[in-house]
Design a protein around this ligand. Structure first.
Ligand code: 6GU
Length: 230
């Protein structure tokens, strides 16, 4: 997979890709990340990339021309499966979307800032718009990092233990069951007996019950198949 991230703050978004799983995925050749500073596509020598909105109102809007130049250049070089725009006024990211995107080849991710981008960018170039939740961030960079993390860890071969992504919360629309490690007893707090039993069918059953219970309590909307995030 190749991901091209277009941003006005490359420095803000780079660091999550330099550590842990996201770094390992790149080292293993599973994903290539390229950052594009929108300012390099500015409309003048002063680096202008945004302007006041027509009709009045507070906040600057990213202009269509710099984004057009950057995306058009990339599209001349290769085909892209999706051009994703990170914005709070979009459908919310969920595990299903992450799964679908993890099977793609080339992605462009455009991150907004200020009041967002000129609508003509969204109409002409963007194929998918994604929010990461019902709250407002200062810019789309952190949201793009969240999206990339959720997607990249699902690419086959990225996680060492192939089964671990499958048992994540949400993979089956259930929250994950509780987990324990040594010691079996700490300050009088005991690990559930069943987990020490070696009876793996029973353990699976217990984990499923616990997952259901947790989901019922914390996210009953998931059980009804009508996630808040859809
Ligand atoms: Cl994608 N961008 C911004 N600026 N705020 C957000 C978001 C995205 N998702 C949730 N809040």
């Amino acid at each position: 997979m190749r991901i091209d991230i277009i941003t006005v703050s490359p420095e803000l978004i780079k660091s999550p890709f330099e550590h842990s799983i996201l770094k390992r995925a790149q080292d293993k050749g599973k994903v290539e990340i390229h950052f594009h500073d929108l300012r390099e596509y500015a409309i003048n020598k002063y680096g202008k990339i945004d302007d006041y909105q027509f009709g009045g109102g507070a906040g600057m809007v990213l202009m269509v021309e710099p984004i057009d130049k950057c995306i058009s250049k990339l599209m001349k070089e290769r085909e892209y499966d999706e051009v994703i725009y990170m914005t709070p006024d979009a459908q919310t990211l969920n595990q299903q979307t992450a799964n679908l995107l993890s099977a793609k080849g080339n992605l462009i991710i455009l991150t907004g800032h200020y009041k967002g981008v000129d609508q003509r960018v969204r109409d002409k170039f963007v194929t998918k718009e994604i929010s990461i939740g019902d709250y407002v961030l200062s810019g789309g960079e952190l949201a793009a990092a969240v999206l990339c993390d959720a997607v990249i860890r699902l690419i086959p071969g990225v996680l060492g233990d192939e089964t671990s992504a499958l048992t994540d919360s949400f993979q089956d629309n259930l929250l994950a069951p509780p987990v324990f490690t040594r010691p079996a007893e700490y300050k009088g707090m005991k690990v559930p007996e069943i987990l020490l039993s070696g009876n793996f069918p029973k353990i699976d059953e217990w984990r499923h019950e616990q997952a259901l219970k947790r989901t019922q309590l914390i996210r009953p909307d998931l059980l009804k198949g009508e996630s808040k995030d859809e």
